[in-house]
Design a binder for this molecule. Structure first.
Ligand SMILES: [Zn+2]
Length: 110
């Protein structure tokens, strides 16, 4: 039985970081605490599009992390969600929120 704890801690740290990033981006988009400087406001607006796409990928990552945490709780974390084969620990260390083995990732995620 492999030790889930380091993966769980890693995922929880990632989750905290991404949650923080999403709320920071939200604030930026709403221009909370915006400076009174007009030139700066204009360039802040130009950044909105970039921020929104960043926010989008962060939300996507958050979904994947929550999914991985659920898989830890249900004991499925080390198994591929497609074929049920074990996912190598080295892969999970690199991509702690992955849900598939290398073969299935190549088949389904491209
Ligand atoms: Zn697989």
């Amino acid at each position: 039985m492999q030790d889930l704890k380091p993966f769980k801690l890693k995922l929880e740290a990632l989750k905290a970081e991404i949650t923080h990033r999403i709320s920071a981006i939200d604030k930026d988009i709403r221009h909370e605490g915006m400076s009174a400087d007009w030139a700066e406001q204009a360039s802040e607006r130009e950044n909105d599009e970039v921020l929104e796409s960043l926010g989008h990928s962060s939300s996507h990552n958050l979904i994947m992390i929550n999914n991985a945490l659920k898989r830890i709780d249900s004991g499925e974390y080390f198994n591929c969600s497609h074929c049920g084969e074990a996912i190598p620990t080295a892969r999970l260390e690199l991509l702690p929120f992955t849900t598939s083995c290398v073969n299935c990732a190549e088949k389904f995620e491209h």
